[in-house]
Design a protein around this ligand. Structure first.
Ligand SMILES: [Zn+2]
Length: 264
């Protein structure tokens, strides 16, 4: 089964468009639904805004707990709440934000804001958990440490649970064909700069299955610790060897174990 490559390029491309969107949002007649960690802005469709608010809170708890972040439970409350803006229609959203024709939403890390339009099922099921994970993960690891793009994208996709099965099938196929991007190269890649859709497809499949391998094979608490070590300034190799010292002491051993896990 092929994963959609179009979706994958979404989040990196649209981050930069946020300032356009925010200006447009501020001039409209926006109402708000407030919950513990979110303020959902909407113009007309209160029901959809309520649904977004409800789903966002559910995802928030799950993602924070998966990342071992729940102990800092007040990190998105009151004036620090994240904002989600919902336009009335797809046309209005596209017109106000200047987003590309095929986009159904995007996020801004810096402003902790996500933007979409009413009745977008893809937004609720796919983009919302993906982008929320990016925002929470970045809050957790910050911007100073050596956190590679594959890890960021791997974690965000891991939280789109519907994607996991397709990603596992895809990596098994790539492993069987010996057609993977070698890990040393993956470590250095910024997928936002990749224009070849086959390469970006492999990038995303590899990213999520490395995260899947680490979590499923070695447990969530070690994975949280691994991310924390990176946040605190460890290199990838130092973080791997301090957390997974019994089996994975560097990126080379990670590659070997990960491929073995998926049939290599
Ligand atoms: Zn992403």
């Amino acid at each position: 089964m092929k994963l959609s490559t179009i979706h994958y390029s979404l989040c990196t491309i649209f981050i930069s468009l946020f300032s356009v969107c925010f200006t447009a949002a501020a001039t409209e007649d926006w109402k708000e639904v407030k919950s513990e960690h979110f303020i959902v802005g909407y113009i007309e469709d209160e029901n959809f805004a309520e649904e977004v608010s409800h789903r966002a809170e559910q995802y928030y708890s799950k993602i924070a707990s998966d990342l071992g972040y729940s102990r800092y439970d007040n990190f998105w409350t009151w004036e620090n709440r994240a904002r989600i803006y919902i336009y009335r229609t797809r046309e209005e959203y596209l017109g106000a934000t200047g987003a590309k024709e095929w986009s159904y939403g995007f996020a801004s890390y810096g402003a902790k804001t996500i933007v979409s339009y009413a009745h977008s099922e893809k937004f609720l099921n796919t983009l919302l958990p993906h982008e929320l994970t990016h925002l929470i993960f970045r809050d957790f690891v910050g911007f100073k440490g050596e956190v590679p793009v594959w890890l960021d994208e791997g974690v965000a996709q891991w939280e789109e649970e519907d994607k996991r099965k397709a990603a596992i099938e895809a990596i098994k196929e790539l492993v069987a064909k010996k057609d993977i991007i070698p890990l040393p190269r993956l470590m250095q890649m910024d997928v936002g700069e990749v224009s070849d859709s086959e390469v970006s497809f492999k990038f995303y499949v590899e990213a999520v299955t490395i995260v899947g391998f680490l979590i499923k094979q070695h447990g969530e608490s070690k994975f949280t610790l691994f991310c924390r070590q990176l946040r605190d300034g460890d290199t990838i190799n130092a973080a791997l060897s301090s957390v997974y010292s019994d089996s994975i002491r560097n990126a080379g051993e990670l590659e070997k174990e990960w491929l073995k896990y998926y049939g290599g």
